[in-house]
Design a protein around this ligand. Structure first.
Ligand SMILES: NC(=O)c1ccc[n+]([C@@H]2O[C@H](COP(=O)([O-])OP(=O)(O)OC[C@H]3O[C@@H](n4cnc5c(N)ncnc54)[C@H](OP(=O)(O)O)[C@@H]3O)[C@@H](O)[C@H]2O)c1
Length: 330
């Protein structure tokens, strides 16, 4: 992608206002789209350095030779993300439990980039630590981590066992925590790194019949936000990525239900993968990408009674579990 980038210092007054942080406040814009980025504070960094960095971000060279670890790469969004990144010639680490699928993916992209296949279960924390050590031994660094591995469970909360719920939290939330815990020290040492935590719109608002899943995804959003603030200024940045419904094996069963399918406008894994690549490029803090616009997701917080009623009315018509409960009660 070629882009003309212009960077300008903001007025002296604004710079003075920002000086209490020993910082320069700089605005920059992608002139080709006339999109103004958010103002950012940069410590003792010259405008020239910033220009260089922004041009690199926009160029095809940005991912070149970077080590990118993707969990849950054997299917769906993870698989599509690896395919989307491969043409930029990074060094890809593909992690998931099903090794044969990872090998199939590696065979598809190995003429574009170097690949390590890393069979692992993210809920086994020893395996995670050893796997990261193996990558560091072989390639010496990890530049991007995409915590994408996840599972879902459709059930009424009180009918699920605590073991099932614990398993889900171990994969979706603690798996990402363990992975980040193993990778982050290396990133801090190199003063550079970006971590994308794939949460969900279920991590922004609660959806019925997937309460354990929503719990894990809410945890991910809050944890990412805290990390972003804790490691501010270290060179390591974090994205909380919240997609809506995506047509992958994870929700294939739900999408077989015609009524449910009608009320969702699911994205393809390829569309979502492009968004993840964009988040890595721009080091986006938070991205909501789905059928419900992000401002609606955020506004929903302020109107819980309306949103509860909305879910009740929609789900009782379209969701198989809600209909089952209604029929039992009738
Ligand atoms: N599909 C959607 O509508 C949707 C919406 C919002 C968010 N998301 C999130 O997007 C992420 C990817 O989901 P997807 O839709 O692409 O689903 P998917 O096609 O089922 O892929 C899930 C991936 O996670 C891996 N995985 C599951 N358990 C694992 C474990 N214990 N250790 C390592 N890897 C594990 C799976 O690989 P193995 O089975 O080979 O281990 C698979 O590669 C998930 O975090 C999901 O919550 C999905």
């Amino acid at each position: 992608m070629q882009a003309q980038v212009s960077i300008c210092e903001v007025s002296k007054d604004s710079a003075r206002a920002a000086r209490w942080r020993n910082s320069f406040q700089i605005c920059f814009a992608k002139t080709h789209r006339m999109v103004r980025f958010n103002c950012i504070l940069i410590d003792k960094q010259s405008v020239d350095d910033l220009k260089k960095e922004v041009r690199l971000q926009m160029s095809d060279q940005y991912f070149f030779d970077k080590v990118i670890l993707i969990t849950g790469a054997s299917s769906g969004i993870g698989w599509a993300t690896a395919l989307a990144l491969a043409p930029f010639r990074p060094r890809l680490v593909l992690a998931a439990r099903r090794e044969p699928l990872l090998r199939d993916l590696a065979a598809l992209i190995q003429n574009q980039c170097q690949v390590i296949v890393l069979p692992l279960d993210v809920s086994d924390f020893d395996q995670v630590t050893k796997a990261v050590e193996q990558v560091l031994q072989q390639w010496g660094q990890i530049d991007f981590l995409i915590n994408n591995a996840g599972i879902i469970a459709n059930a009424r909360f009180h009918e699920q066992s605590i073991d099932e719920i614990e398993k889900l939290l171990r994969v979706n939330y603690l798996g990402a925590v363990a992975m980040t815990h193993a990778v982050l020290p290396g990133m801090l040492k190199q003063n550079w790194g970006h971590i994308v935590n794939v949460s969900s719109i279920g991590g922004m608002t609660g959806f019925p019949y997937i309460s354990a899943y929503c719990g894990s995804k809410f945890a991910m959003v809050g944890w990412t936000e805290a990390l972003r603030r804790e490691y501010y200024g270290t060179g390591v940045t974090f994205t909380s990525f919240c997609p809506g419904t995506v047509d992958t094996p994870m929700i294939a069963a739900s999408l077989k239900n015609e009524r449910f399918k009608k009320v969702t406008r699911q994205r393809t894994p390829e569309q979502v993968a492009q968004r993840i690549v964009k988040c890595c490029r721009n080091r986006t803090r938070e991205a909501i990408y789905g059928e419900i616009p992000s401002f609606v997701m955020k506004a929903a917080r302020f109107f819980p009674a309306i949103v509860d009623l909305f879910f009740f009315q929609v789900y009782r018509r379209v969701h198989p579990l809600a209909r089952e409960c209604r029929e039992k009660n009738d």
